[in-house]
Design a protein around this ligand. Structure first.
Ligand code: PYR
Length: 320
C-alpha cells in the first residue's frame, strides 16, 4: 500500500514543526510548500536528515509549486502572517484573507479530495473563507483551535490539581479568540467534574476563574513572551492529532472549528464545537447541553465570528 501524502501549506515555525511530527509518527510522506524560495527546500532537507537519527523513512520535500500537492490525503494550512505583541488575531484578517484565496485556489486545482485543516488566523473566519475559495465539501475542511485551546486549559488544570495531564479532560468551545468559552462543567480529572473538585476543596472558584481567563488569553501570553511571532509547538501537535484521527479513522471526539448547519443555532459559519473526525472527515457535530452561562458566552463568541465573516465578505466580493 502506498504511503499517505501530507501537504503543508506554509513553511514557517508551525509548518516545520508539523513536518517533523508527521515524519516522526510516519503518518506519510510530507510535501512542504511555501512561496518563499529556498525555505521549504531548506527545511525539508534539514528534516530529512533527522530520519537516520530518529529512525523514520518518510520522504520530506520542499516546493514553491502548488502542483506538487497533487494527490495529498491531508493538507494543513498555516500560510499567512502570525500576530506580534499588541495585535489581536482579528488584526490579521485583511492580509490573511488574500493568502486564503490563493491557497484555496491551489487546493481546488490540485488536491480537491484532501482533508484540509486550517490553522491560519483569525481562524474561524479564515477556515470559512478557505472553504469558500476551495469549494471542497464542508465536512472536508475544518479549523484547528479547540484542540489547542483545550490543551492549554488542560495544562493549567493539571498544574492546579497537581495531577497528570493524561487524567484531565477539558472542553473549550466557540471562536478561537478572546471570546472563546472554556466549559468548566465538562472539564474533569479522571471523570470528576471541576465543580465537584471545588466542592471537595481541591481548588476555589476564584482560582478556576483565573485559569479560564488565562486559557482565553493563552495564545497572547505566548506571543508576549516570544515577541517575534506566535506559538507553534502546541498548534502543530493539535493539528497532527486531527490529521491522525482522519488518516487512521480513529473517530476521535475533538473540539474543532466545524461548519454548522443549524447546530447550536448557527447557520453557514465555522465555530468551535465538539466533532467526530474519521475517514469521512467531520463525521458528526456533537451538540452538548450547555448551562445558561456557557450558552450566553457561546453566543457572544458566535457574534464575534459573524462580524469577521461579514468583514471578509466586505473585502472580497466573490465571497458575498
Ligand atoms: C495560538 O497560539 O493561539 C494561535 O492561534 C497560533
Amino acid at each position: 500500500m502506498a504511503r499517505k501524502k501530507i501537504a503543508l501549506i506554509g513553511a514557517g515555525n508551525i509548518g516545520g514543526t508539523l513536518a517533523h511530527l508527521a515524519a516522526q509518527k510516519e503518518l506519510g510522506d510530507v510535501v512542504l510548500f511555501d512561496i518563499a524560495e529556498g525555505v521549504p527546500q531548506g527545511k525539508a532537507l534539514d528534516l530529512s536528515q533527522c530520519g537516520p537519527v530518529e529512525g523514520f523513512d518518510a520522504q520530506i520535500t520542499g516546493t514553491n509549486d502548488y502542483a506538487d500537492i497533487a494527490g495529498a490525503d491531508v493538507i494543513i494550512v498555516t500560510a499567512g502572517v502570525p500576530r506580534k505583541p499588541g495585535m489581536s488575531r482579528d488584526d490579521l484578517l485583511g492580509i490573511n484573507l488574500k493568502v486564503m484565496k490563493s491557497v484555496g485556489e491551489g487546493i481546488k486545482t490540485h488536491a480537491p479530495d484532501a482533508f484540509v485543516i486550517c490553522i491560519t488566523n483569525p481562524l474561524d473566519a479564515m477556515v470559512w473563507a478557505l472553504r469558500e475559495f476551495s469549494g471542497l465539501p464542508h465536512n472536508k475542511v475544518v479549523g484547528m483551535a479547540g484542540v489547542l485551546d483545550s490543551a492549554r486549559f488542560s495544562t493549567f488544570l493539571a498544574w492546579e490539581f497537581g495531577v497528570s495531564v493524561r487524567d484531565v479532560t477539558s472542553f473549550v468551545l466557540g471562536g478561537h479568540g478572546d471570546t472563546m468559552v472554556p466549559v468548566v462543567e465538562y472539564s474533569t480529572v479522571k471523570g470528576i467534574p471541576v465543580p465537584d473538585l471545588i466542592k471537595m476543596g481541591k481548588s476555589t472558584q476564584e482560582r478556576i476563574d483565573a485559569i479560564v481567563k488565562r486559557t482565553a488569553g493563552g495564545g497572547g501570553e505566548v506571543v508576549a513572551l516570544l515577541k517575534t511571532g506566535s506559538a507553534f509547538y502546541a498548534p502543530a501537535a493539535s493539528a497532527i492529532a486531527m490529521a491522525e484521527s482522519y488518516l487512521l479513522d480513529q473517530k476521535r471526539v475533538l473540539p474543532c472549528a466545524a461548519y454548522l448547519d443549524g447546530q447550536y443555532g448557527v447557520d453557514g459559519m465555522y465555530v468551535g464545537v465538539p466533532v467526530k473526525i474519521g475517514a469521512d472527515g467531520v463525521e458528526e457535530v456533537i451538540e452538548i447541553a450547555l448551562n445558561d452561562t456557557a450558552k450566553a458566552g457561546l453566543q457572544v463568541s458566535i457574534d464575534a465570528v459573524k462580524e469577521l465573516v461579514a468583514a471578509c465578505k466586505g473585502i472580497d466580493e466573490t465571497l458575498a
